[in-house]
Design a protein around this ligand. Structure first.
Ligand SMILES: *Cc1c(COP(=O)(O)O)cnc(C)c1O
Length: 243
């Protein structure tokens, strides 16, 4: 445990209260109920000790982006009574050869970025007799550096993907371009509109919209996010919340 665990624990609790208050205000500005918005703590840059402190501070869901690191955290933490009821999500790029390290261990995979990956996850889940809850990652902004389905590609593939037997598609996920609140807003509203269209096309609820990170979560909540993924603003004492 880090030597300054007490003061770091106090920071985590105070920061969590501030983040939740900001989510509440952003929801109210949009005429939404903040209870529709879940926040997960992205623990990819911290170790198991910090995750445990964050759990004590009230966080109940964690996001990891690398299968090995996910495994390391689960080994260190599972079985601890304080972690009972907490969950881990996979939020990062998933390579096909790592699928078996992830399925059955996480509550939700946010990052199904292609039809091939959806099929591969489905096949491996079927072989294990499980069904994985997943989100389809969409490259709404069209940046070359971002992974995910192009919107048109998803329109074409979505009925096949939601029909795969080893996965249950719960909604969509996206990442906004860094540095511009306007571009973030367009990205998040684009995700929301795409979800409306895909619900009509598939008849599925697609209820989860995973969007919003430390720099843009308030905009995301205003634009309909139901799941914000927060890393630096949760764990980094040097990170200043905007505004
Ligand atoms: C790291 C990461 C986050 C959290 O980003 P912050 O800016 O630290 O809040 C959210 N989503 C994904 C996919 C990430 O990789």
């Amino acid at each position: 445990m880090r030597p300054d665990a007490t003061s770091y624990g106090r920071f985590l609790a105070e920061r969590r209260a501030e983040v939740l208050a900001r989510i509440e205000r952003a929801a109210r500005r949009a005429g939404r109920d903040a209870a529709e918005v879940e926040a997960i703590a992205v623990s990819k840059t911290v170790g198991p000790d910090e995750v445990l402190l964050a759990r004590r501070a009230g966080w109940g869901a964690f996001g990891e982006n690398r299968p090995q690191e996910l495994g390391r955290k689960l080994e260190a933490l599972s079985g601890l009574p304080e972690m009972a009821g907490a969950r881990f999500d996979m939020i990062g790029n998933l390579q096909k050869n790592k699928i078996n390290q992830v399925i059955g261990r996480v509550a939700l995979i946010h990052s199904i970025s292609s039809e091939h990956l959806a099929e591969a996850v489905s096949t491996r889940c079927e072989a294990r007799g499980i069904v994985a809850d997943v989100l389809l990652e969409v490259n709404v902004s069209g940046e070359a550096s971002k992974s995910g389905f192009a919107p048109d590609e998803l329109r074409e593939a979505v009925e096949r993907v939601v029909g795969l037997p080893g996965i249950s598609v719960r909604g969509l996920m996206t990442m906004a371009p860094a540095g511009s609140a306007d571009a973030a807003r367009r990205t998040f509203s684009g995700l929301r509109e795409l979800a409306v269209e895909l619900r009509a096309r598939t008849g599925r609820a697609l209820e989860t919209l995973s969007c919003g990170m430390s720099d843009d979560f308030e905009v995301a909540v205003e634009e309909g996010s139901t799941l914000v993924r927060l890393g630096r603003c949760v764990f980094d004492q040097g990170y200043a919340l905007k505004g």
